[in-house]
Design a protein around this ligand. Structure first.
Ligand SMILES: Cc1ncc(COP(=O)(O)O)c(C=O)c1O
Length: 301
């Protein structure tokens, strides 16, 4: 956003899935800076001509007045995200606007600085006395468009942490992820190989943003036992994949101190409320037996 401001932009264009957290965060950040926000949200063929509704991230985006335009996943794959962004950009330029484009997930070389900075913050926290001698051997996080894990791994490599990053990919193809990560590292002239910095495992399950009953049951179990709310698209799948890996390969993780990075995305849960219906707790009408004495009129509540 600082780059957009310094270039004199008057609006932001970005793209993502229909429940993209990145798009929601961009829409809000744009409003903080008094910029208009144009979002291209990708959805299925059957939903592309309908009002996308107000669930989860969409509610927030529409509350802050982002301009939402829908495209299909097929168009996204055929035309490519950059071409779709350019289409909106051309239209806005013709209207006399000064748009600034942010790619999918904010995952370009500039975007990786977000998590490079996050590692610096983690390092500073670890140096505070109340943490004693805590250090981490591994960092575990979800991976979508790869900017997060490149920032984390580069930050870890640059800092005193030196923890290896294990990523659980929630969509797409594993080989492509190493390539995306490499492209980001090359853009930053890091002179490092993505396969040395990162270990990426597939955890897309039924597909991007599609939850299995087991994944949702895991999210429920974590919520109930710890109070930590995982999102169904990213941290939920990553934590589920990690817990399965720990059970399957106990020797790999034995004695290791692991830092799991919860990357947010809580609004995505609202999109799963129907599917979560069977998993969440029961409710009942309160039982009120003998009617007690009438309420004292001086009692306000
Ligand atoms: C909540 C959440 N966690 C993790 C990620 C993955 O980040 P990245 O796309 O940088 O791989 C995303 C991506 O949008 C996200 O919304």
């Amino acid at each position: 956003m600082a780059d957009a401001m310094s270039l004199g932009a008057d609006c932001i264009i970005t793209i993502g899935a229909i429940q993209s957290n990145h798009c929601r965060a961009t829409a809000i950040a744009s409003k903080y800076l008094n910029l208009d926000c144009f979002l291209i949200l990708c959805t299925s063929e059957v939903n592309v001509d309908k009002d996308p509704g107000l669930s989860g991230n969409l509610l927030i985006e529409r509350l802050v007045g982002a301009h939402v335009e829908l495209a299909t996943w097929e168009e996204f794959e055929k035309i490519g995200s950059l071409a779709l962004l350019n289409l909106v950009q051309e239209r806005l330029v013709k209207e006399g606007r000064r748009p600034y484009i942010i790619p999918v997930g904010g995952s370009n070389s500039l975007g990786t600085w977000g998590y490079i900075e996050a590692v610096r913050e983690i390092e500073q926290q670890l140096q505070q006395r109340e943490f004693g001698e805590v250090s981490f051997d591994d960092i575990v996080a979800a991976c979508g468009s790869a900017g997060t894990i490149v920032g984390l791994s580069l930050g870890s490599w640059l800092s005193t942490l030196k923890a290896k990053v294990h990523a659980f990919a929630v969509g797409g193809d594993l080989d492509n992820y190493y390539e995306y990560a490499q492209a980001l590292l090359d853009e930053l002239q890091a002179n490092l190989r993505s396969c040395d910095l990162l270990h990426i495992q597939d955890e897309k399950g039924l597909g991007y943003a599609i939850s299995t009953t087991e994944e949702l049951a895991f999210i429920k179990e974590v919520a109930e036992t710890t109070g930590v709310i995982l999102d169904p698209v990213y941290s939920g799948k990553a934590a589920y994949g990690f817990s399965k890996d720990v059970k399957k390969n106990p020797a790999k993780w034995a004695g290791r101190k692991v830092l799991f990075i919860h990357t947010g995305g809580i609004f995505g849960l609202y999109d799963k409320s129907k599917q979560l219906n069977d998993t969440v707790g029961k409710w009942n009408r309160m039982e009120i037996h003998d009617l007690i004495s009438p309420k004292d009129s001086s009692q306000f509540w």
